[in-house]
Structures are given as structure tokens and as C-alpha cells.
Design a protein around this ligand. Sequence first.
Ligand SMILES: O=C(O)CCC(=O)C(=O)O
Ligand SMILES: [Fe+2]
Length: 609
Amino acid sequence: MAPNLHDANSVFEFVVKEGNGIKGLVDSGLSKVPGLYVQPPNERIDKENAIKLELPPIDLSKLDGPGHHEVAEQIVRAAETVGFFQVVNHGVPLHLLQSLKDTARKFFGLPLERKAVYLAPSSIVMVKKLLRVLLENIGVKSDDSMIDVLIGKKMVAMIFYPICPNPDVTIGIGRHSDIGMLTVLLQDEVGGLYVKIEEDMDYEKKAKWIEIPLVPDALVINVADMLQATTNTIHSQNLKHFTVILMALNLDDAKSIYEFVVTEGNGIKGLVDSGLSTVPAVYVQPPNERIHKENAIKLELPPIDMSKLGGPDHDAVAEQIVRAAETVGFFQVVNHGVPLQLLESLKETAHNFFGLPLERKAVYLAPVSPSPLVKYGTSYLPEKEKALGWKDYILMQYTGDDEALRYWPDEIKGVLLEYVRCSIIMVKKLLRVLLENLGAKPDDSMIGVLTGRKTLAMIYYPTCPNPDVTIGIGRHSDIGMLTVLLQDEIGGLYVKIEEDMNYEKKAEWIEIPPIPNTLVINVADMLQVLSNGKYRSAEHAVRNTNISSRVSVPIFTMPLETATIAPLSQVIEKDGIARYKEFMFVDYMNNVYKNALNGKKSLNFAKIG
Ligand SMILES: O=C(O)CCC(=O)C(=O)O
Ligand SMILES: [Fe+2]
């Protein structure tokens, strides 16, 4: 129902209370602005009284080079005079600016609950640089923590100015200054942003306004109240306001979600933090990929006591390990040699890491990571997966302590190194038991080759508003030898039941329940191949929950890339047939990594027949 345009109450009700906005008003087909929107003459902007800002855009790329002083001087001059300037080569990707404008237009056509906003990390980096220059100029040595305080609060907005039938009498936003430190603004190609000329601005012409002209690819920066105050009273402690460019996130637009989550590296955590209440369509799994809790039973195998290996109960414990590897392919271990205190720190460290500001994690995104050993991301192969997984991760290759200390993120490397050191001892013991049972006589060098490659991960599964339709990690088997997994108390790890598993009940999944102080161990593909299929590299997946976020910390032990893998001769002899061919591990790995996760299809590469 369109409002009666002569009745201010009815207009107010329609635009403000019902939330139709000015857009709703324009869409209802009005030809003249309602009285409520007519500004008193002195609040209007007369275009005749305006001049254009003549300051050329400032090239921020020069800030890090020999031109630093000159550019810094330009920034300072602009901040001291007009208080507005424009920047190019600002580090915010240009395609992002375009998609921001596109999304902004679509955005206002969407129902309210489908709107979410996020900060482009690159814009924060730029603001920090500008602020540093401006503070240095007034003699303030700013450190990271001071800058973080000054821009601790970030507000984003997206503003839509509908076409106006009488632009001479209306105002989009009335005269004001911004309250924060610095404002970053992206304007589109329509124009209309004016700065009021003050007497001390030294403009010859008797103009009232300076128009900020349109410069392609530029961002507009303006000094806000706190920076003006800061230049006088820098020690004041309550300076925490700052406004920054926003990015609009259209939750129905798969491309925009992908850019936000994957390309910019906000991850699912960023998505959840932006306050969404339903899962975007790209995360909704086809029904047959979901885990139905009703179809699951709990693993009833008690945890295996690793401390008994080598003692009088050795054979009984070895037997438990072998049985578990032959049946479910998953088991849990206690007295595993990894200090319990370390398990707690690992979980806490994982939560802390994913809680870091985006800039600290996004440096490890694959295209920019300082080392191929470290990779931060969300789905493993997002460009190939039909529906994306509801998780974020950081992956690290272990190639030795020195490289780990040098390249792994500072916040996590200490605990992870200790974890891999203690775990590998246990993995080697398990492997020895499992290989000896097959009739092999594994020496240290064989065990060394088979576990030569180690990949660690910290995985973060954010709370999910619709856990019944998403998947944290889709069905897959691990590719290496044995996986060690620390899971927290939330649960969600499920193993797929196969026909030959001999479960009486008609269940589809076995849940691996969290048990304090234990580690989960599972057989991976290479061990299935070596055993000629005797040990089961089980298909597994992770379900999300809407109760809490979950973390897990796996170590994937694998053969060296150059290792030749084939069923052990002792087993072939006994079986009378080889079920898998001989191949180099690197070829197997490359084949898996080029495809999206797909149950146990990975093993087809090695199958004979
Ligand atoms: O997080 C988990 O519980 C399992 C993770 C997993 O299966 C994997 O990363 O391969
Ligand atoms: Fe796995």
C-alpha cells in the first residue's frame, strides 16, 4: 500500500517504521518528493556555489618506496586543509570495488535478513598506513597496539540514494562531520559528495562547497572528529571510533559468498561473525551427503591403552589394534605419550588462532602465503566442490624443526611442534604392530620412509545455524598411513558403515564419541594398500552443530613422496593375489588433490581390476 504523500505521518510510517525506505517510496511511483523531505533553503546544496576539489588522487603505492616523504606530505597537507582526499593504488583489489558497487545495488532489493556486511581486510591495512603517517607528522610514534586502539571499533554502512524527482530541494545526508578517526568511502559513478568550505580554507572564489569528483578506482578518505581531537590531545584514551569501507555480502549470491569466504579469507568464521541466521545456499548439501543422526550408532570399542605395548600384555593390546584396523578402521588410544596438558593447550591455541583478526590469518591464504608449507583456507578444493564445507583450517607441512620454526605461524608453532614430536613415536609403535601382524619385519628405515611426510592441521568448525543440511568435511578417506586426531568435547566425527562391517542394526554411520584425554587414530589409504585390503581406510565425515564451534587437530602421517607403494609381498603370497598396483606415493597424492572429496574413490587409482 503506497502512503498518502500529503500526510507526513503516513509517509513516516511507510518509510521508517515499516522499513520500506526511500527506495520503497520511489518504487511506489511518486513524481514529487513529499513535504517531509523538503529541506530549508540553507540546508540545501546549491550546485552553482560549488567548485571541484583539485587535489589529484594520492598514489599510496609510493608510501613504501623512495617517494615516501613526498606522499606523506601530500596526505598531511590534505588532512590539514580540506580534510578530504582520494587515494589510488590503495591495495584494495579493484574487482572488489566493482563487486561492492554491484552488490550494493542488488542489496537494497533484498529482504532485510539476507543482508550482511564485512570489512575488506586490505582496507584496514591501508587505514593503518595512513594513520601512521598522520600521527608521525604530529610527532607521535605510533606502535601497533596504539593504532589498534584508535581503530578498535569499526562501523560499516552501505548507503543507497534512490533517484529523486526534486534533487534541488532534498539532501541525501545533511551537513555533518564523521565521529571516528578516518573514513574510507567508495562512491559510485553518480557523484554528489560535497565538503563545506570553511573560512580558513583559503579558497579565493566565493564558493560554499567543494565537490569530491569521481576518480575511477579511487577511494575517498576523510579525517573524522577523533583524529582532529587526537592531533591536540593524543593521550586521551577513549578514542575508539573509526568508520571504514564496508563490503556488502549478498547471501544469495554464490559468487559474492565465495569472494568473501575464500578469496578474501574471512572463512566461515567471518560469515558466522557477520551475524547470519541461515546457511547460504552454497553450503546446503544434497540430501545424500548429509549425516542423519538418527542413522548413527556410537563406536563401542573402549580406548586402547598404549602404555601396555612392550609389557606383559603386549600381545593382547596388539590384537586390539589389529582388530580395530581390520574392522572399523578407527580406534581411540589412551596413555599415548602426548602430555594431557598439551592436548588442552592445542585446543585452546586452535580457538585463539581462528579468533585472530583477519589480517593475521589471511597472510597464509594460498596465493600470498610466505611459504608453501603453510596454507590457511576453508574448503580444501572450493572450486571443485559441489557444496562447500562448513569449516576453516590451517595446514602445515612438517619438514623439520628449523623450517617449522621459521615458517609456521608464531601463535601456534610451539604447541604443534611438541605435538608432532610426541605423536610420531606413538604412530611408529602402532605401525610396527600393524606391519608385523602382516608378516613384515619393519626396520627403522622402512618405518621412516612410510611416515616420512607429515601434515598437521588445525580445523575450526564454526557454530552452524542449520547443521542438518551442512557438512564440516564431506565423506573421504585419508590418503596416508595413519592419522592421529585430537578432537574436542563437541563431537561430530562419523565413520561410514560398509556392508561387510557386520553391524546388526541397520545403521549408516558410527559416531566416534569424544572421550577426554584420548586421541583418535585411523587407518588411511596407503596402509590399506600395503595390507592388500586387510586394514580398512574408512570413509568418514564431520557433522556440524548449532551448539558451539568445534576444533580438531589432525596429524596426517604419509610416506615420502618418492616412496614406492605396493601390497607387501608377504600378504600377496598369503592372499595369492595383489589387489593394488605399485605406484609412487606422489602420483597417488596428486591424483587425489586434483579432485573434490568423494568418499573412497581416491583408492580407485591404485586398484587392480
Ligand atoms: O575434524 C575431524 O574430526 C576430522 C578431520 C578429518 O577427517 C580430516 O581433516 O581429514
Ligand atoms: Fe579425514
